[in-house]
Structures are given as C-alpha cells and as structure tokens.
Design a binder for this molecule. Structure first.
Ligand code: PSU
Ligand code: MN
Length: 301
C-alpha cells in the first residue's frame, strides 16, 4: 500500500538515517512559487547532514514515502491538492485523491514505513476560542499514539499555546526544549512558557528514544522543540499586532475547520511584508537539520 521511493528503500537497506518531512507546509502553508523551491531546499538540507529525506504525500490515492522531483512538483503546484489529516487517509486512498499530509497523517505514514524521526515547522494544537469552536488539531491525538520523534519550533503561535501544552501533558506526549528552557513560539523564539526538560545534543535525544523503547509502555511521540534563532524571529510586537488582525478577519469571514490554519498563516505573510514567512522558513530549516542529526545519532552512524 505504501510506495517507498528508491532512495528511501536504499537508505533503509543500508541502515542510513532517514527523516520524514510533511507536505502540507508545502501545498498549503507556503505561498507559490516559493513553496516548491523550499521543498527542494529542505530535502537538500537533510542530505547535507548525511541523512535521506522522505517527503510524504498521497498521489492518486497512493501514499508515497519519499517523492521524486516530478511528484514533489505536483504537491507544490497542482490545483485541488487536498489537505489530509490522518482521518482523511482511508478516504483519499479509496477515492484515488491527491493530497498533502499534515503532521498527523505524515507521522502515521512515516511510522508505518519504519521512520522514527520527523521534521516540521510548527505543530497544530488547540485554537484560541476553543470553548466556542472546539477546534483542536488532530495532530495532538495522533501524536499521543504514535512513537515518533517530531522536531518542531513549538506549536503555531496562532494557537492557544498554554492550552496546547496542557493537552500534550494530558495526552502523555513527551516534550523537551532543544537547548532551551522555554517552549518556542514558532515565529518567535520564546512562547513565554517554560518546558520541564531540556536536551542539548542529538545523542541525548537518541538516548530518550531508546529509553522509550526500553520502557515499552505506550506508543507516544517525543516532541523536540527547537527555537528559531532570536536574530531570525519575527518582531514580537509586529507579531502580536498582525495576529490580532488575522484572528479578527478569520472570525469576521467565518473561516472554519481545515481552512483556519492556512488562512491565518497566509494573513500573517501578507501583513508582515513576508517577515513571517522568513521566520517560518528559518525555523523549518533549523528543524530539518537537527532532525537529520538526530536520525544519524539514532541510526548509530
Ligand atoms: N507548520 C507550518 N506550516 C503548516 C503546518 C505546520 O509551518 O502549514 C500545517 C501542518 O501540516 C499541521 C497543520 O499539521 O498545519 C495543522 O492544521 P490543523 O490546524 O488544521 O490541524
Ligand atoms: Mn482545526
């Protein structure tokens, strides 16, 4: 059922490190035409660090783990490419649909393929106004039952960050800051909230993964939250101002469901003169490189 690319199959066979990459950020999180170039650049960054990238997406009903250039191009540019959470996978497969995978769908397919390390920008989580909308990303529930290490810059700052951290605690998902005592804020280096654990090296992260295996109790994710460097973060004042506008616009235009996250991210890009995009990219780039180093430590190379 899974189509694993030749490059990824060879890496498995040789015991080389592999890093899963999501595709929603390409199809729905970044503007065209930059998205395709970024997708390639992220894959190159993984290779640069000595690991093999496995970008994940569903094409014509077939889940792909690792995309060739043409497939990556389709994900970036094809009109009508859907956004697939894990619940959408059986529907997309049966109806032969094509779609980009979110964190939840990517983590599920990566784990099925035997990949343990995954890099992204920011996780989904509990939205502000949750009491009214009950909007909580399916990312959280899925990470509570899949053993995968997710390198991210925290959760998207458009969310209710304290509530999301609470949910992760309730769900039993392990969370650590990477060289940080604070949970990062996606576009911002610091969400203002502390983390209970700090890890300092890829080897240390791999030790935690081995401890998960030894413990063998439940399959839950390990979130490694790495802040975007302060020099590359979005100006916090600009962030606060534009985000307030974005949330208001979302409310006024009655945007709901899957459309909320892409709407807010796009609003931020357009109203910060691209500065939010630069911060987003800086965060993802750093995460992809760190994930490759963690995958290498995990593979013991
Ligand atoms: N991080 C980014 N850009 C994105 C996303 C994450 O930098 O577009 C995507 C991820 O795929 C995440 C999804 O899983 O947004 C969450 O969407 P929702 O809130 O609808 O669950
Ligand atoms: Mn949602």
């Amino acid at each position: 059922m899974l189509i694993v690319s030749e490059e990824v199959r060879e890496a498995f066979a040789a015991g080389r490190p592999v890093v899963a990459l999501e595709s929603t950020i390409i199809a729905h999180g970044l503007p065209r035409p930059q998205n395709e170039q970024v997708a390639r650049e992220l894959e190159e960054a993984v290779r640069d660090e000595g690991a093999v990238p496995a970008t994940i997406a569903v094409l014509d009903g077939r889940p792909h783990v690792g995309l060739d250039a043409k497939e990556l191009e389709r994900v970036a540019n094809e009109d009508g490419i859907r956004k697939l959470g894990h619940r959408d996978l059986p529907l997309a497969i049966a109806t032969r649909a094509s779609g980009a995978t979110t964190v939840s769908a990517t983590a599920l397919l990566a784990a099925r393929a035997g990949i343990r390390v995954f890099a992204t920008g920011g996780l989904g989580g509990v939205h502000r106004q949750w009491t009214v909308t009950q909007d909580e990303s399916a990312d959280l529930g899925l990470l509570a039952r899949i053993k995968i290490t997710v390198v991210c810059a925290g959760v998207k700052s458009i969310l209710d960050v304290p509530a999301t951290l609470q949910r992760l605690e309730t769900l039993g998902v392990s969370v650590a800051g990477y060289r940080s005592t604070h949970f990062p804020g996606f576009y911002l280096s610091d969400s203002g909230l502390p983390v209970d654990w700090t890890l300092h090296t890829p080897a240390e992260v791999a030790d935690v993964m081995r401890a998960q295996d030894v413990l063998g109790t439940s399959d839950t994710a390990l979130i490694v939250a790495q802040p975007v460097p302060e020099s590359e973060q979005l100006d916090p004042e600009l962030h606060a101002r534009v985000l307030a506008d974005a949330l208001r616009a979302c409310d006024e235009q009655q945007v709901t469901g899957q459309a909320v996250t892409p709407f807010l991210l796009d609003h931020l890009v357009r109203h910060t003169g691209g500065a939010s995009l630069a911060a987003n990219l800086a965060a993802v780039r750093g995460n992809v490189r760190l994930a490759a180093r963690i995958a290498a430590a995990w593979a013991g190379v």
